[in-house]
Write a protein that binds this ligand. Structure first.
Ligand code: SF4
Ligand SMILES: [Zn+2]
Ligand SMILES: [Zn+2]
Length: 307
């Protein structure tokens, strides 16, 4: 197996691009894919203030490295979920990465700063752990970005994440979700910060290979709350299809973004946002979903403590 660029020994095969790469040319390839995505979707300019949601996993740490190598100044925000060793290890990897590169990292500790952990929220409400986690991440990361005066919140979703989410939204035929599934979610007057996903052209196994080649240490253990996560199941199904037809995942996602999504455009602005009565962040109801989750969980925790 030879590198498509220099004919040296290749270390990775990227079947959907019909190409093999040696380590340095694979790194160049990934940088080009991300740069192309940023420009194609006009995600941000070098003068914008960027903050990246980092989890300590391969995708967000690889993206932090890629953006820094491309010359962007990006701060990080880490949300401690209170999921035992998984959270403490993820935090350690994130801190070590930031320190080794002199990058600015903000940490929000859900149990200490807000009063509950993800396992507690899942036990106290009808939500699954992943649903409580997704809601908390969306809320806190947007809040940190808004309060920090950032122009853009950058997320590490990769090709597999986006294709699996799209797959789930198609299975449910959810027009509002399909209208909003995009590489760029614009800012709105209600307080939502512009959100972008520069990794959507890069597959999960490629971010893992990139992290290994670049010597990035990341959390390899799967989150203990992941059992039953539907997105993971959709990823497995799509991987089985990709195995037979390389490029299928990318065609599915980018075909939708280019040709399918315009059909759902009318559903985009169909929901009116107003300020949450408790926290002031944008919501469709009177009190936002995060404030309801927090209230329900804290009530349950204090009633358990009292009994
Ligand atoms: S698996 Fe679920 S609970 Fe664990 S980090 Fe991912 S979304 Fe959160
Ligand atoms: Zn090469
Ligand atoms: Zn609220």
């Amino acid at each position: 197996m030879k590198c498509k660029v220099c004919r040296d020994r290749a270390v990775i095969q990227v079947r959907r691009h019909n190409a093999n790469f040696c380590a340095p040319h694979f790194v160049d390839h990934i940088h080009r894919q991300v740069e192309k995505t940023i420009h194609h979707y006009r995600m941000f300019r070098p003068s914008d203030r960027l903050v990246l949601g980092v989890s300590g996993g391969k995708d967000s740490l690889a993206l932090w490295d890629i953006l820094t190598e491309l010359g962007y100044r990006v701060d990080g925000v880490y949300l401690h979920l209170g999921i035992g060793e998984y959270s403490s290890d993820s935090l350690r990897f994130t801190q070590e990465f930031a320190e080794s590169r002199g990058l600015d990292l903000k940490i929000v500790d859900l149990p200490t700063d807000v009063g509950f952990s993800i396992p507690q929220a899942a036990a106290a409400t009808a939500r699954t752990a992943c649903s409580a986690c997704g809601l908390s991440k969306r809320y806190i990361l947007n809040q940190v970005a808004a309060e920090g005066g950032y122009d853009v919140l950058v997320m590490g979703h990769n090709l597999d994440d986006e294709a699996a989410t799209l797959f789930g939204n198609v299975l449910q035929w959810n027009p509002e979700y399909l209208a909003r599934q995009a590489p760029v979610l614009p800012a709105d007057d209600g307080g939502l910060i512009r959100k972008v996903k520069p990794l959507i052209r890069v597959a999960e196994r490629e971010t893992a290979a990139y992290a290994v080649i670049r010597g990035i240490e990341y959390e390899v253990e799967e989150c203990p709350m992941a059992a039953g996560n539907t997105i993971n199941r959709y990823k497995e199904w799509l991987n089985a299809l990709e195995e037979q037809s390389p490029g299928l995942k990318a065609n599915f996602l980018f075909g939708f973004l280019d040709r399918g999504q315009p059909a759902f455009a009318s559903h985009r602005g169909s929901v009116e946002l107003a300020a949450c009565a408790e926290c002031g962040q944008p919501t469709t109801g009177e009190v936002c979903a995060f404030c309801r989750l927090r209230r329900q969980t804290l009530v349950k925790i204090s009633s358990r403590a009292a009994s």
